[in-house]
Design a protein around this ligand. Structure first.
Ligand SMILES: Nc1ncnc2c1ncn2[C@@H]1O[C@H](COP(=O)(O)OP(=O)(O)OP(=O)(O)O)[C@@H](O)[C@H]1O
Ligand code: SF4
Ligand SMILES: [Mg+2]
Length: 343
């Protein structure tokens, strides 16, 4: 059986616009050649710093925005080539939950109307949709008696439950969750994550779970993909990625997760990436991580063919050749690094 979702070499650039009197700014390559698959009932976590292209990728997968290139197949059908009526027919099966539970719900609609809306849009009669919406409130741990309340009468966590109820009302096969718990308190986060796990166990829905919090992603994911400046630089089953990361960017992200042990706390300071994340509008040559890569500096110091770049000596391969996502460390573990075994 083919995977639920197949993403091939997906790309999306945004026009850089113009400066007031100067030349046109370069385009932003927000998603720059991303491929992955997602199985039925599987959760793929997608992590990366702000601006790495996670939300753009999530929207491209559902074709809420148009790709510049590449292809998405969902349940065997070509999403990228679908006509508007074809896409409309697929919509109930692929849904999205947004980060901001305050901004993403229409304040003029009641909870039941918000949940019922996608059902009526796909032909369910209003009375039936409203009845099912009250049911859905129960399924996400709210009282059906809250059906007539407006979003401002709910807490952040309750609003996110309404957003989830709306997304799952039509029994989708795929839900893209874009930072669904980032705006919530830690205790509320745990409740929402448990709710999502429960929904998945009952329905077999697949999740593309976007977050910048590695602890949250670890909790929910079967596999994890790490994004850096528009690319997936590492992808692996959860335990392999957290236990033995192969890409130095992943190593640095993991070392930034607070640890209780002071010795490990000191060790982590040494493997931070150098400087700030660059811009997707001015990508470095070769490996896009090379200006920040601590491993490249170590490898160069050991005497491989090196060149002067980013104010230091770096391996020529890192500066001149763009590393592709390739097997590293066995099994389904992939990393885009010329020196994946240097961990
Ligand atoms: N509509 C747009 N127009 C122009 N540039 C955009 C647009 N949407 C995103 N970008 C740019 O594309 C890049 C990726 O943005 P995106 O929102 O996908 O990142 P992200 O990983 O989701 O970040 P965050 O963690 O902050 O949500 C950024 O440089 C961003 O400024
Ligand atoms: S290819 Fe070179 S610069 Fe890129 S991550 Fe690997 S070691 Fe670092
Ligand atoms: Mg985002």
């Amino acid at each position: 059986m083919s995977p639920l979702l197949e993403v091939e070499e997906l790309r999306r650039s945004f026009s850089g616009g113009r400066t007031l009197f100067g030349p046109r700014k370069p385009d932003v390559r927000a998603v720059d050649g991303v491929s992955f698959t997602l199985g039925r009932g599987e959760t793929l976590g997608l992590v990366g710093e702000t601006g790495s292209g996670k939300s753009t990728l999530g929207r491209l997968v559902l074709r809420l925005i148009e790709p510049s290139a590449g292809r998405v197949r969902f349940e065997g059908e070509d999403v990228t080539a679908a006509s508007s009526s074809g896409l409309r027919a697929m919509r109930p099966r692929m849904q999205m939950v947004f980060q901001d539970p305050y901004g993403s719900l229409d304040p003029r609609m009641t909870a039941a109307e918000i949940i019922a809306e996608p059902m009526t849009a796909h032909g369910v009669r209003r009375a039936e949709a409203m009845r099912r919406a009250a049911d859905m409130l129960g399924r996400v741990g709210l009282s059906p008696a809250m059906a007539a309340r407006y979003p401002n009468e709910f807490s952040g966590g309750q609003r996110q439950r309404i957003g989830i109820a709306r997304a799952i009302a039509l029994d989708p096969a795929l839900v893209v969750l874009d930072e669904p718990v980032s705006a919530l308190d830690v205790s509320v986060q745990a409740q929402i994550l448990n709710l999502l796990a429960d929904i998945q166990a009952r329905s077999g829905v697949s999740f593309l779970f976007i977050a910048h919090d590695l602890a949250v992603v670890r909790h929910v994911s079967d596999r994890v993909a790490v994004m850096y400046l528009g690319r997936v630089v590492e992808m692996a089953p959860r335990d392999a990625l957290y236990g033995a990361p192969r890409h130095p960017y992943t190593v640095s992200l993991l070392s930034a997760v607070p640890r209780p042990d002071p010795a490990k706390e000191r060790a982590k300071a040494r493997i931070r990436p150098i400087g700030e994340i660059g811009s997707a509008a001015a990508l470095p040559s070769g490996c896009r991580f090379h200006p920040r890569c601590p491993r490249a500096r170590l490898v160069a110091a050991r005497g491989v063919d090196a060149v002067q770049a980013a104010g230091t000596r770096l391996p020529r391969a890192c500066v001149e050749q763009d590393p592709q996502l390739s097997p590293a460390g066995g099994g389904a573990h992939l990393a885009a690094c010329h020196f994946p075994d240097e961990a």
